[in-house]
Design a protein around this ligand. Structure first.
Ligand SMILES: Cc1ncc(COP(=O)(O)O)c(C=O)c1O
Length: 451
């Protein structure tokens, strides 16, 4: 039997030998092994301290290491750790959380379907949309409209709606009946033939619906702000106009708010920020700030009414409405409310945006700085006039920034993105931006780093 690894070197060796990490080649030597977290600070096995400006994977709304959340989990586990939510079974925490979620949701979304994460949520939403039409006798409505540069997780449904070839290559055949549209990305005006971006995108949407046939389309799925695409913020009139077109053709709107929900944009849901009324909202991540896996779909009453007919909605996960996850979510949402973190996201997000503009705005490789609340991106270019994307050479910029400064940011294609905890202080915001400046001011238009 092998000995349990304890020293940093042993842990790293055992990790290399045993764990398959997403997106990490077997040849990679480096490991950053986190052992503790508090607020925005993380500590690794070697005792090095980090500033987490990525909020884990865009989810740590309330920050790391909150004892009140640990207590909520402990108390629930000691009382009832699990029972199923299939059939007539339920539990008090799931009911309490569903009541809370529907009280903060956009009007008309009065039903909840629990999952354990975002990918599971998008699978459920796509199935719900198809099943809704099927139960109404509209059985040809199987197509799903999505966008290039969308990320909807890694299931075969949501994964097919995901609009990056890299997530499909080698996994084919993907789910049929998915059609990808142009993403809203106003900075890339070349995508729109010189037209107003929304006019172009709405015309394309109308044309695609006509090509597929409106009676064949179940739903359109979209992230209100495209995260993995590089925090792409649509023009203000995009979602209301998309909604109007879909309504005219009886097509459901699924908003994938896995990243944008629970305060990240300064509202409970980005649907409220953009003034759009979806039929289904998919959430996960920030619902528990990552303390435990959980997701929740908010479902329109008109959709739920159809799903609940006859024998009900025929798909369930073992962990639907897990009581411990629901107890953690309730405490997380209570903290967001108690500490005024929706307003805080707008306030500190605005500060961070201004700081990015002041410190990085003059650099030749910085093309656009964009944000809504605490979702921010710095799009990097080789040339500000042509807006040609900055080539991504090795080592990747987030790795350089982390190794040099201990600040953790992330890249999405040629953008650096930030999505820190909503409790970030101004001093922490300054620290994150200074770290980015220290590295970005040495980046050449060829994407190389000067010493
Ligand atoms: C918009 C969006 N949808 C879905 C997912 C997938 O969620 P999960 O990783 O919890 O399955 C993600 C993950 O980053 C996401 O950004």
């Amino acid at each position: 039997m092998s000995r349990t690894p304890t020293t940093p070197a042993e842990l790293a060796a055992a990790d290399r030998a045993r764990i398959i990490h997403p997106y990490l080649p077997g040849s990679a030597e480096e490991r950053v092994i986190m052992t503790e977290g508090s607020g925005l600070r993380l500590t690794d096995a070697e005792g090095r301290s980090y500033l987490d400006a990525t909020g884990g994977l865009w989810l740590a709304q309330i920050g790391h290491g909150r004892e009140e959340v640990a207590r909520a989990a402990y108390e629930q586990m000691a009382k009832l750790e699990y029972f199923t939510s299939f059939w007539e079974f339920s539990n008090d925490r799931a009911i309490e959380l569903a009541t809370k979620l529907t009280s903060i949701a956009p009007e008309g979304l009065g039903h909840v379907y629990f999952t354990s994460g975002g990918s599971e949520g998008n699978e459920a939403a796509i199935k719900m949309a198809r099943y809704y039409h099927h139960r109404r006798g509209d059985t040809n409505r199987t197509w799903i409209l999505a966008r290039h540069k969308a990320y909807h997780g890694i299931g075969y449904g949501g994964g097919s709606a995901t609009g990056f070839p890299v997530y499909h290559e080698g996994f084919a055949p993907m789910m049929p009946h998915v059609s990808h549209l142009t993403p809203p990305w106003p900075y890339r005006s070349e995508l729109y033939n010189g037209e107003d971006p929304t006019d172009f995108l709405i015309a394309e949407l109308e044309q695609r619906i006509a090509e597929i046939g409106p009676g064949n389309i179940a739903a359109m799925i979209g992230e209100p702000i495209m995260g993995v695409g590089g925090m792409l913020v649509p023009p203000a009139d995009y979602w209301p106009r998309v909604r109007e077109v879909l309504d005219r053709h009886g097509i459901l709107l699924i908003l994938d708010e896995v990243v944008t929900a629970y305060g990240r944009t300064g509202s409970w849901f980005a649907a409220q920020h953009f003034g759009v009324r979806p039929d289904i909202i998919v959430t996960a991540k920030g619902i528990t700030s990552g303390y435990i896996p959980l997701g929740a779909l908010l479902v329109g009453d008109h959709v739920a009414e159809v799903l609940l007919r006859d024998h009900g909605f025929p798909m369930g996960y073992t962990y639907n409405g897990h009581p411990v996850a629901c107890a953690v979510a309730l405490e997380n949402l209570a903290i967001i409310e108690r500490e005024g973190l929706l307003a805080r996201a707008t306030e500190i997000g605005g500060y961070l945006h201004r700081e990015l503009t002041a410190q990085l705005g003059d650099l030749p490789v910085v093309g656009e700085i964009r944000s809504v609340g605490m979702m921010l991106a710095v799009e990097l270019v080789a040339d500000r006039a042509t807006r040609e994307p900055l080539p991504m050479l090795q080592p990747l910029l987030p790795d350089v920034i982390r190794r040099e400064t201990g600040v953790i940011v992330r890249d999405c294609a040629h953008s650096l993105v930030l999505s820190p905890a909503l409790i970030m202080t101004e001093a922490e915001a300054k620290e994150a931006v200074a770290a980015m400046r220290q590295v970005l001011e040495r980046v050449t238009p060829a994407g190389e780093l000067r010493d």
